[in-house]
Design a protein around this ligand. Structure first.
Ligand code: UGA
Length: 441
C-alpha cells in the first residue's frame, strides 16, 4: 500500500521506517526543510537505536523517500499519517494548530477514498473537528475522505522494536471502509500475531491519554511510597517487588526515583486533565500525580542538602542527563530540573551523559558537561545518578572516590549496589530506602 507521513519527529520517522520495513511504499515530509534534506542523505535528527539503519535500508530498497512537498506524500496514498507535535499551551490544553495545518495541506492534495490517520496524541474529539474542516475545505470529496485515530504506543529508546512488534494496535474509525484500509495496512503485523483493537474514534483518542496517564500514575504511586518508606525506615524496592508479584498489579513502571519526564507524560497528563475539565469532570487525581512527580525532584535535592549542608561552595556531578536511558532526549528531563534547582541554591553543577550531553547544553547553555563520568565527578562534593544508563553499573568507586572532594553518592534511580559504594567509603543515599554510611553499612 502507499503511505504518506506528515512530520518526521520521533513518531513520524518510526512510522516511516516500520511501514517501509514491511513492504509498503512510504513518503515522509516535514515543514522543516533542513530535516528533509538531512534525512534524504541518511542523517538522523535524533538518537534512536536501529532507526538509522532501518531508514537507510528503506531508502536503498526504494520503498522509502522524503520530500519537501506534502503533495508527494499525499498523491496516490491510501493512508496519510499526521505525526506532528501537539505541545501544551500555557493553559495545559493541547495546541492543535500544527495538526490542523498538516491536515489542511493533506486535504488540499487529497483524492476521494483517502484515509487520514491521526498518530499525534490528541484530545478526544479532534477527529470530529478534522472531519468538519475537511467538509469546509473540500466539499467535493468530503464524504469519501475519512479521518481515523491510530495512536502510537512507542517508547523512546525502544521505538523501532515497539513499532515492529506491537503489543496492540489501536484503530478508531467510523466506517467499515476505513477499518478495512487500516486492517490491510497492518496485515503484516497482525499476521504475526499483533492484536488489533477496533473502537469508535473518540474511544481510541481517549484510550491513548488514559494509557499514558495510568503509567504516570504508577510511577507517582511508587514515588509516594518512596517518601513514606524514607520516613518509616522501610524499603521501597522490596515493597514494589511484593506489589509487582501480584499479577493484577504487575511490576512495570513501579520504579521509584527522580520521576518521569520526556515529551509525552508531563504534557499528556495536563492535556488529559484539561480535556476532562472541558467536559465538566474534575480529574483531580491527575494533578496529584504531577505534584508527586515534582516532589521527587525536591526529595532528591533534600538528600544532597542533607549530605552537603550549604551548597554555595559545593560542586555536584549529575550522571545521566537524558529523561531516561537509551535516548538523547532531554525534554522535561528530571536531571535538568535538578540541575536548575541546584544552581539556584548556589551549587556548581557539572553533568555527564553518554548520548545527551549535546542536547542538554542546547537546552540549558549554562550547564557544564564533562566527557566522562569521572571527569564530571572530579573535585565534586557529591554525585547524583539521574538516569540509569547501563554503563553506570560499571562505575569504579575506588577511582571515583579518589578524584572527588567528598565521597557522597545520591542514587536518584536506585540503580547502584549501595554496599559496593559504601565499601569504598561513600555515604550512599538511595531513593525510598535507608541511607548507607561507611562503618554502619
Ligand atoms: C511513553 C509511553 O511509555 C509510550 O507507551 C507512549 O507511546 C509514549 O510515552 C508517547 O506517548 O509517545 P516514553 O515517553 O518514551 O514513552 O518513555 P517511558 O519509557 O514511558 O518513560 C517515561 C518516563 O518515566 C521516563 O522519564 C522514565 O525514566 C520514567 N519512569 C519509567 C520512572 O520514573 N519509573 C518507572 O518505573 C518507569
Amino acid at each position: 500500500m502507499r503511505v504518506g507521513v506528515i512530520g518526521t519527529g520521533h513518531v513520524g520517522l518510526i512510522t516511516c521506517a516500520s511501514f517501509a520495513a514491511v513492504g509498503h511504499d512510504v513518503v515522509g515530509t516535514d515543514a522543516d526543510r533542513s530535516k528533509i534534506d538531512a534525512l534524504s542523505t541518511g542523517d538522523m535528527p535524533f538518537h534512536e537505536p536501529g532507526v538509522a539503519d532501518s531508514i537507510r535500508a528503506g531508502m536503498a530498497g526504494g520503498r522509502l523517500s522524503f520530500s519537501h512537498e506534502t503533495a508527494d506524500a499525499v498523491r496516490e496514498a491510501d493512508v496519510v499519517f499526521v505525526c506532528v507535535g501537539t505541545p501544551a499551551r500555557a493553559s495545559g490544553e493541547a495546541n492543535l494548530v500544527a495538526v490542523e495545518q498538516a491536515a489542511r495541506e493533506v486535504v488540499a492534495h487529497a483524492s476521494a477514498g483517502l484515509v487520514i490517520a491521526e498518530k499525534s496524541t490528541v484530545p478526544a474529539g479532534t477527529a470530529d473537528r478534522l472531519t468538519r474542516s475537511v467538509a469546509l475545505q473540500r466539499p467535493d470529496i468530503a464524504g469519501s475522505v475519512e479521518v481515523v485515530s491510530n495512536p502510537e504506543f512507542l517508547r523512546e529508546g525502544h521505538a523501532l522494536h515497539d513499532a515492529m512488534h506491537p503489543e496492540r494496535i489501536l484503530v478508531g474509525a467510523d466506517s467499515d471502509a476505513a477499518f478495512d484500509v487500516m486492517r490491510r495496512l497492518y496485515e503484516p503485523f497482525t499476521s504475526e500475531g499483533a492484536r488489533l483493537i477496533e473502537t469508535d474514534i473518540r474511544t481510541a483518542e481517549l484510550a491513548k491519554h488514559a494509557c499514558n496517564a495510568f503509567l504516570a500514575l504508577k510511577i507517582s504511586y511508587a514515588n509516594a511510597l518512596a517518601r513514606l518508606c524514607e520516613r518509616a525506615g522501610a524499603d521501597v524496592e522490596a515493597v514494589t517487588e511484593v506489589m509487582g508479584a501480584d499479577s493484577r498489579i504487575g511490576p512495570a513502571f513501579l520504579n521509584a526515583g527522580l520521576g518521569y519526564g520526556g515529551y509525552c507524560f508531563p504534557k499528556d497528563l495536563v492535556a488529559f486533565d484539561h480535556l476532562a475539565s472541558s467536559l465538566g469532570y474534575d480529574f483531580a487525581m491527575l494533578r496529584e500525580v504531577a505534584r508527586i512527580n515534582d516532589e521527587a525532584i525536591d526529595a532528591t535535592l533534600e538528600k544532597v542538602r542533607d549530605a552537603l549542608w550549604n551548597l554555595e561552595d559545593k560542586r555536584v556531578a549529575l550522571l545521566g542527563l537524558a529523561f531516561k536511558p537509551g535516548t538523547d532526549d532531554v525534554r522535561i528531563a528530571p536531571a535538568l530540573m535538578l540541575a536548575q534547582r541546584l544552581r539556584e541554591l548556589g551549587a556548581t553543577v557539572v553533568g555527564y551523559d553518554p548520548h545527551a550531553a549535546e542536547s542538554a547544553v542546547r537546552a540549558q547553555p549554562e550547564l557544564e558537561v564533562a566527557p566522562t563520568a569521572y571527569e564530571a565527578a572530579r573535585e565534586a562534593h557529591c554525585v547524583v545518578l539521574c538516569t540509569e544508563w547501563e554503563e553506570f553499573q560499571e562505575l569504579d568507586f575506588d577511582k571515583l572516590g579518589e578524584i572527588m572532594a567528598t565521597r557522597v553518592f545520591v542514587d536518584g534511580r536506585n540503580a547502584i549496589d549501595g554496599e559496593r559504594a559504601v565499601a569504598h567509603g561513600f555515604h550512599f543515599y538511595p531513593t525510598g530506602r535507608r541511607p548507607l554510611t561507611p562503618g554502619r553499612a
